[in-house]
Design a protein around this ligand. Structure first.
Ligand SMILES: NC(=O)C1=CN([C@@H]2O[C@H](COP(=O)(O)OP(=O)(O)OC[C@H]3O[C@@H](n4cnc5c(N)ncnc54)[C@H](OP(=O)(O)O)[C@@H]3O)[C@@H](O)[C@H]2O)C=CC1
Ligand SMILES: O=C(CO)COP(=O)(O)O
Ligand SMILES: [Zn+2]
Length: 350
């Protein structure tokens, strides 16, 4: 008997381009949401665009909640505020932090949400996953993706350049994420989607091919990167997991978040992780130097010192990354300190 089935959840409206923030109200109207919107944002995005968002919903008496950390406490706060303010739907305005928090809160509340990214810093903008740290672990939780995404390249282009290069690096890391996924499929029978894997790789390839056009101060860069982030998020939605965009390079990054908190941003850490894990996959003659060159060409860090972390922190993150979650990768059940030092040295990361 044929017993396969799939359920792919995707946004209904995706607007990317110059000035599209002013079409947010129109994009939301088309979703037939009702009631009062609750804007979930963080301090800087709220200052930059909070008023431009709320004024489009003036007739519906919008409320705002400002969160500062990506944590389960922040999610609780948003849930409490939404209940107290009797919100009908949520609008996430900001980087990955408010978007992930709104995604989880809306899932809990059974309310729709709309994403308005102010930084092209990672591919969680569109995905049906939230990534929240808790103690010694990190939860990648399934949660419905946004009903609409409104990504204004004028705003994204004015965000700190590092946030855009982080988004590029998050996409470049798809190469190794897909290798890890295929490995886990072969060795551990993890379910693999050819379509999601191919889309994820194609997204990375297209970004690398456009690397010459990705330059500080050019709105075109925000356009290229945001389209790639959307495409990568769609790959995750098709897969029903973050596997197409998160392998051992992400485990390494999640560990660095714990070992050296606040020193480097997500996309930059996964980029450096990708150089290392590509070397582990394919050895000295593999494509690790192509990944390093692609990262360098868009101004993303390629070494521990450019990340602002110590060599020892890199080694600790590499040797412990496999413990952070149950996700089989090229790190297997862990690599030794000697192996970590060797690969980090051979790739010039330390
Ligand atoms: N769901 C998923 O699939 C994924 C989720 N993530 C998660 O996303 C988070 C990382 O995303 P990231 O975007 O870096 O995190 P943040 O939302 O913390 O944003 C990074 C920084 O940029 C600031 N910022 C945002 N927009 C602008 C702007 N336009 N101009 C100036 N500053 C701005 C923020 O300000 P302020 O401090 O005021 O907020 C913050 O300091 C992590 O929690 C990570 O786990 C990452 C990848 C994928
Ligand atoms: O960062 C991500 C994809 O780029 C999400 O991955 P995680 O599931 O590892 O949090
Ligand atoms: Zn990522």
């Amino acid at each position: 008997m044929f017993d396969k089935s799939t359920w792919i959840k995707l946004p209904r409206n995706v607007l990317v381009g110059h000035g599209v923030l002013d079409q947010l109200g129109e994009a939301v109207d088309e979703l037939y949401l009702s009631g009062r919107p609750l804007v979930v944002t963080s301090p800087t995005p709220n200052e930059l665009a909070g008023d431009r968002v709320t004024e489009q919903f003036a007739a519906d008496d919008p409320a705002t909640v400002v969160v500062e950390t990506a944590s389960f406490e922040s999610i609780e706060r948003v849930i409490d505020t939404a209940e107290r303010e009797d919100a009908g739907y949520l609008i996430a305005l900001g980087g990955g932090k408010p978007i992930d928090i709104a995604k989880m809160a809306s899932d809990h509340l059974n309310l729709g949400f709309v994403a308005v990214p102010t930084a092209a810093s990672h591919d969680g903008i569109v995905s049906g996953r939230s990534s929240i740290p808790e103690g010694d672990t990190r939860h990648s939780v399934a949660a419905d993706p946004p009903l609409a995404v409104v990504a204004d390249t004028e705003i994204l282009a004015k965000a700190p350049w590092e946030l855009t290069t982080a988004g590029c690096a998050d996409i470049i890391s798809n190469y190794t994420a897909v290798k890890d996924w295929r490995l886990a499929h072969r060795l551990k029978n993890v379910e693999y989607s050819e379509y999601a894997g191919a889309l994820s790789e194609l997204t990375a390839e297209m970004l690398v091919d456009s690397a010459d056009s990705i330059k500080k101060g050019h709105e075109e860069s925000a356009w290229i990167v945001t389209k790639a982030l959307v495409s990568s998020g769609v790959a995750m939605s098709i897969a029903g997991s973050s596997r197409p965009a998160s392998g051992a390079e992400h485990l390494f990054s999640h560990q660095l978040d714990r070992i050296a908190p606040g020193k480097a941003i997500h996309g930059h850490q996964v980029g450096v992780g990708s150089i290392i894990t590509e070397f582990l996959h394919s050895g000295e003659k593999g494509q690790w130097s192509d990944i390093r060159a692609a990262l360098a060409s868009i101004d993303a860090p390629t070494t521990a010192s450019e990340l602002g972390v110590s060599d020892q922190e890199v080694i600790e993150a590499l040797t412990t990354a496999h413990t952070i979650r149950d996700r089989y990768t090229i790190l297997g059940d862990g690599i030794t300190e000697e192996a970590a030092i060797e690969v980090a040295t051979a790739t010039g990361v330390i």
